[in-house]
Design a protein around this ligand. Sequence first.
Ligand code: MLC
Ligand code: AMP
Length: 509
Amino acid sequence: MPRTANANLYAILAAGFPADRSACAIEAVDGEGGSLYYTWGDIDRASARLANLLASLGLAAGARVAVQVEKSPEALLLYLATLRAGYVYLPLNTAYQAGELDYFIGNATPGLVVCSPAAHAWVEPIARQHKVRHVLTLGEQRQGSLLAGAAAHSDDFSTVRRRAGDLAAILYTSGTTGRSKGAMLSHGNLSSNALTLHQYWRWRRGDVLLHALPIFHVHGLFVASHGALLSGSKMIWMNRFDPATVVRHLPRATVFMGVPTMYVRLLDHAAFDAGCASNMRLFISGSAPLLPDTFKQFEARIGQRILERYGMSETAMLTSNSYDGNRVAGTVGLPLPGVSVRVVGESGQPCGADEIGGIEVSGPNVFGGYWKMPEKTREEFTADGWFRTGDVGKWDANGYLSIVGRSKDLIISGGYNVYPKEIESYLDEMPGVFESAVIGVAHRDFGEAVTAVVVAQPGVTLDESALIAELKGRIAAFKVPKRIHVVTELPRNQMGKVQKNLLRERFGA
Ligand code: MLC
Ligand code: AMP
């Protein structure tokens, strides 16, 4: 991999682009009139036009560019342009509604917000209220003011020089207490992880990545896209995951990345078989636990072992099962080269094999802290500078890590994190609700399903579907409980703490 003097992540990724700029970089397969093709030259020129547009807006140094748009190749180009222009990319899940967006924009105070044309009517007033100077739009079919504005600009742009420690992106992760925290990731954090994974997973020229993940999180935006860009590999680009479309395009692909729900759905699809995967060299799973059952069923059907890895917004990837060696079901593998991982007991002592403790990490991939939250940042780092992941795990005798639980009260549903505390606060505010507890229960498709248990105020009869409908109007759909059970009281221990384990036992079925 050629090295560049400029630590800007875009410069590092672009060093991996093939010399033949007329080769295909992205084939977008969701378009109405068949596939759309983008060459490496197109990536370079279109991201340059967008970077020139960003530079022309007079944004302050270090300005955040907040983006809530449907997945499209142009959305990826906007990300690359933000890096090139030296600004800070802030992706937002398209499921977020007004209340959620109001918080992110108020907290991050971006210089530019890009939203879908359909959302402009409600996003623009929120942006205006927070004194955002520019709001542009980008639609899935290349419509909107962003590309219209960029069209007038030159397709030549000299990527702004950045140092490794300069901020490249802010990813909001929901908070166990209080509101979401913005994890600040530098150009160096992201490039070190991308270069490590490039080698570890043996990315090579000629690879074809089938990209079916959303691009507002670490998994789809960084791990998947960076891998393909850095190795000059083509991406077959799906704007949304759909098993039949994956099966149709898989014969031309060599690498696929998904959350466990995607593998469960692929295995439910009868046409998914070893024949369509015969060109594939690597299936990767992450973001949530892959059940050993899914791993085994996959191996029996496809004849390949899924490679499970472990990461998070604050740290990018930490561990991976081996590429050449063993891939062990139920484990997340070995620490990646250059990343230090330790499991520590309650008194801070390092755990030996099979001893359960908190997982901590240090390395060039670990973020610099939470945006405008120095207190929270301090709380999450140990005195000797290791980041506490909030995951609980253990080593096996071969040094493979398993995640056995979480010290943070977190539900992972289909690869999306949901913090019970946040949902409880919405439920508790609703008329007629006295109190609530939110738990995750095992779910075949989503791994865990968000489930609520509520107590009504005296004399009130609560209606499950009315509560669900009310929540759907206020928060992202993936956070809305799939079921809400009404009980007369919540079980509590002697300290008065709700015993969620008892609720999980009672409502788990
Ligand atoms: C969609 N729904 C979900 C959901 N996704 N509900 C719970 N959990 C989810 N993950 C809701 C929809 O809003 C809809 O609600 C209903 O479920 C049916 O939707 P669907 O059509 O079946 O869902 P679909 O659009 O197919 O989405 C499923 C999915 C998606 C698995 C493709 O959730 C997804 O792309 N997940 C990937 C998330 C991801 O990239 N995570 C990486 C985080 S990074 P209704 O009520 O409207 O019917 C990270 C770090 C790391 O964790 O290590 O990678
Ligand atoms: P996020 O904050 O969205 O980046 O989610 C990070 C969290 O996802 C981690 O702290 C883990 O709890 C979880 N996670 C990621 N990969 C895996 C995995 N392979 N197995 C189990 N949990 C995982």
